[in-house]
Design a binder for this molecule. Structure first.
Ligand code: BEZ
Ligand code: FE
Length: 282
């Protein structure tokens, strides 16, 4: 029973916090005690019942049971709750391009590709398009030799890693910037797709009247030894779901229009990296 004063609940919270108070890792102590405070406040606010706590445990158990190296259901739970995007945004340097989530379809080791090379390894389908831009530092200095590790889905909505009919390197590539910081990628226009919805996270979306679609986007991880690694996405301005992306990854500064130029659809996405101060100080 919830006491009118909540005195017992307050005492219980105090006991739990005290139990964790001596954790030698002070960051862990902060993370766990603040989590306990929020969980207790939540349970009290919604007057959580024993049956609802059991349902939550069963749900998290199911999420764990389908998770493994090939299926990151816990990661997806964090994504659909907006926590992944929140943490990436908080980790973004103010002066740099906005950081977004990586998602489950990144596979390291994409083929190295030349400036302007196509990353389409399977012909047919999809609208040819070019993604180009410059990578600079916060003061506008061009960054030569930055690596853009790029991946996107095909016209059938699937990433190569999800689709045995696509060559492994299809729509994946590692591009280097030129001396003036420019990069150029030949590809196809990305299309919206559904995040995997055959597990407990999909069931949660259905139960809460949410759709599983992501707005059309191209992912990239941009690295250079003197700058902070950036994971980001560029979104197609004509895509559906820009206002209701299932994992809350869309931000206005990442949305670009494709326009016909010199006979090809092109879009420009300039990227700013933050200097790696820790490295500069070493
Ligand atoms: C993706 O953009 O690849 C993605 C992100 C979160 C969940 C599923 C897919
Ligand atoms: Fe994606």
């Amino acid at each position: 029973m919830t006491g009118a004063s909540g005195a017992h609940e307050d005492a219980l919270l105090g006991e739990v916090l005290a139990a964790f108070a001596d954790a030698p890792d002070r960051r862990l102590a902060t993370l766990i005690t603040r989590l306990v405070e929020h969980l207790h406040a939540y349970a009290r606010e919604v007057e959580l019942t024993a049956a609802e706590r059991r349902t939550a445990i069963d749900f998290l158990t199911a999420v764990g049971q389908v998770s493994g190296p090939a299926r990151q259901e816990f990661e997806m739970l964090s994504d659909v709750l907006g926590v992944s995007s929140l943490v990436e945004t908080m980790g973004s340097a103010d002066e740099a391009t906005l950081q977004t989530l990586t998602g489950p379809f990144y596979v390291p080791g994409a083929p190295e590709r030349a400036f302007g090379e196509s990353m389409v390894e399977r012909s047919g389908g999809g609208t040819p398009a070019v993604l180009e831009g410059r990578v600079t530092g916060a003061d506008g200095e061009p960054i030569a030799g930055a690596v853009l590790d790029v991946w996107q889905n095909a016209e059938n909505q699937l990433y190569a890693v999800q689709d045995p009919d696509q060559p492994e390197g299809n729509l994946r590539g590692r591009y280097l910037t030129r001396d003036d910081g420019r990069y150029e990628i030949r590809t196809i226009r990305p299309v919206p797709y559904r995040i995997p919805e055959d597990g407990p996270v999909g069931a949660l979306l259905r139960q809460t009247n949410r759709h599983p679609w992501r707005a059309a986007h191209i992912h990239m991880i941009v690295t250079h030894p003197d700058y902070v690694r950036l994971t980001t996405e560029v979104f197609d301005a004509d895509s559906d779901y820009l206002d209701s992306d299932a994992v809350f990854g869309v931000a206005p500064e990442l949305v670009r229009s494709f326009a016909e130029e010199r006979g090809t659809l092109r879009t420009r996405f300039d990227i700013v990296l933050a200097a790696d101060r820790a490295r500069a100080a070493r």
